[in-house]
Design a protein around this ligand. Structure first.
Ligand code: BGC
Length: 564
């Protein structure tokens, strides 16, 4: 046998799955209850996997399922390596992973390393005495000379970030509520413990982590005061947390060293993804830094579509600058909704929520869809008796309960979410705004999501294609996705008035999808008439009519296996 003398060109590394994925966020308490206690659970999620494959997403991110006293609804973890009995057991999780994988769905867990619950045995040990071996796992400091807190740092959820512990005569730091003490990420023992936690779940077959508040992991070693924020406008609705600039209490430069450490843990398990929650309002440059030299986050969550004014100039400018700022090979992300902020249909209205869906699912990025946004769910009107969120209880107006109400599956009692009493009400319009009805409606927002997801799956231009943002045309944001000869134009009217926009290039095109779902196949000449609040995907070029078909709701597609 002849020995090869010239090494063959190494094959291109396979494209990581998360570059082509659409991630669906499941808020486990509110997705599906299988045991009738009014709270969603893992067995319930398993019952609804066929819905997710029918919809056409590729990955599920579960908000925390760990044991928790629920002061911050699971983001206060009291045991990192167990499942809270309200959600089920480790075996239920194993079954869910297997059933998801059998359908080609990935499963991502939330990891909350910045803080634990004050009930976590680590903190119980740490607060037991100044000499406890775990004392330094948390951030303990002596009082200031006047006996007050060691510095002026503030909690995200209102009030000081320090709580006095009379038994041991020191303050401990908590960036959120006092029941969420911050871990000391400068202590190598904390890193070792968390590496064990990550291995525990990765060994069980999960496909990666969404890491909570990564900018919050490290603090200034000298614990200097944060300076005042000159742009802060006090008043009703203002979040007092923003009265300071968090130069020292968060986002320290050496967090990148730590992210490289997280990445090494993940890289030991090929094919697993590391996603990070980065502070809202981060500049594109700051987002880009979290990718490092390809050795930090795989995906940094970008919340700009939730925080920027929903105006064409701001959105188009962001699209262009974001794409340009990311390092080569880095995959952008967009989030239009999650369990922390007002529902997209409430923020920008139901008509623009459809435009936002088209942007999310056609722009160059790995999209994150929050459960219920595909139904156009709005913030629920909840009475004070339903106020559970600690943020809302501490800072009026900031409660997140209205965005965490249960999924609506059908018109039966409690919308098919539970046979018991739901932990939060399903809302008045659940009788009509539910999966069962909306999937039968050819023009519904659910059908729109499914058609967009099908289009994205069917045409690699949406995943592989470059993106060129077009000059602004009034209220219209436009971009062209290009992959070789294939060119697709997306035109989004962020205004409510009809407009005529020029078609890019000379060849005209064919509408593949309108947000109104009533123009598929329409020929486009030198210009396109967009109705108010309408977005269109147009395949450019003379022969563009061919190969643009997308499975309609109800028509059999590769993921059609029916659903419960
Ligand atoms: C989570 C919130 C949580 C906070 C503190 C966030 O970013 O998404 O729900 O309250 O971290 O853990």
């Amino acid at each position: 046998m002849s020995r090869r003398t010239h090494p063959a060109t190494p094959p291109a590394p396979p494209r990581p799955w998360w570059h082509d994925a659409v991630v669906y966020q499941v808020y486990p308490r509110s997705f599906q209850d299988a045991d009738g206690d009014g709270v969603g659970d893992l067995a319930g999620i398993a019952l609804r996997l066929d819905y997710l494959t029918w919809l056409g997403v590729n990955a599920i991110w579960l908000s925390p399922i760990y044991p928790s006293p629920l002061v911050d609804f699971g983001y206060d973890v009291s045991d990192y390596t167990a499942v809270d009995p309200v959600y089920g057991t480790l075996d239920d999780l194993g079954r869910l992973i297997a059933e998801a994988h059998a359908r080609g769905l990935r499963l991502i867990l939330d990891l909350v390393p910045s803080h634990t619950s004050d009930r976590h045995p680590w903190f119980q040990a740490s607060r037991s005495s100044r000499d406890d071996p775990k004392r330094d796992w948390y951030l303990w400091r002596d009082p200031a000379p006047d006996g007050g807190p060691p510095n002026n740092w503030l909690s995200h959820f209102g009030g000081r970030a320090w709580t006095w512990d009379a038994a041991t005569g020191q303050f401990y730091l908590h960036s959120f509520v006092p029941e969420q003490p911050d871990l000391n990420w400068r202590n190598p023992e904390v890193l070792d413990a968390m590496a064990g936690v990550m291995r525990f779940w990765l060994d069980r077959g999960i496909d990666g982590f969404r890491v909570d508040v990564i900018h919050n992991l490290l603090k200034d070693e000298a614990f200097r005061d944060d300076p005042p924020n000159p742009d802060f406008v006090p008043g009703p609705g203002a979040n007092p947390y923003h009265s300071l600039r968090h130069l020292h209490s968060s986002d320290q430069p050496d967090v990148h060293r730590l992210l490289r450490w997280f990445r090494r843990q993940i890289d030991a398990y090929p094919g697993r993804v590391l996603i990070g929650e980065v502070e809202y309002g981060s500049s594109v440059e700051r987002l880009a830094r979290f990718y490092g030299d390809g050795d930090e986050l795989h995906l940094a969550l970008n919340f700009s579509l939730m925080t920027l004014p929903w105006e064409s100039a701001a959105i188009a400018d962001h699209l262009a600058r974001y794409d340009a700022a990311l390092p080569p090979g880095a995959c952008p992300t967009f989030v239009v909704g999650n369990h922390d902020r007002a529902r997209v249909a409430t923020r920008i209205g139901p008509a623009q929520a459809r435009v936002a869906a088209m942007l999310l699912l056609t722009a160059r990025n790995t999209p994150f869809v929050y459960q219920g946004d595909e139904l156009g769910m709005r913030n629920a009107e909840l009475g004070p008796e339903h106020q559970r969120d600690p943020w809302g209880l501490r800072v009026p107006g900031h409660g997140r309960d209205p965005v965490r109400t249960p999924m609506r599956w059908d018109a039966s009692g409690h919308a098919g979410f539970t046979t018991g009493e739901p932990w939060l009400p399903v809302g008045d319009d659940a009788g009509t705004e539910n999966v069962a009805r909306l999937r039968e409606d050819e023009r519904s927002i659910l059908t729109l999501h499914r058609r967009l997801l099908a289009l994205r799956r069917a045409d690699a231009v949406f995943t592989l294609g470059r993106q060129r943002v077009l000059p602004l045309a009034g209220d219209v944001v436009g971009y062209v996705r290009e992959d070789g000869e294939r060119r697709v134009w997306v035109a989004l009217n962020l205004g409510s008035r009809e407009v005529e926009v020029e078609t890019p290039g000379a060849g005209g095109g064919t509408i593949a999808l309108s947000t109104a779902l009533d123009r598929e196949g329409e020929a486009v000449g030198r210009s396109l008439r967009l109705r108010g609040d309408e977005g269109c995907v147009v395949v450019l070029g003379r022969n563009s009519g061919r190969g643009t078909s997308t499975p309609r709701a109800g028509r059999a597609g590769p993921h059609d296996r029916g659903w419960p």
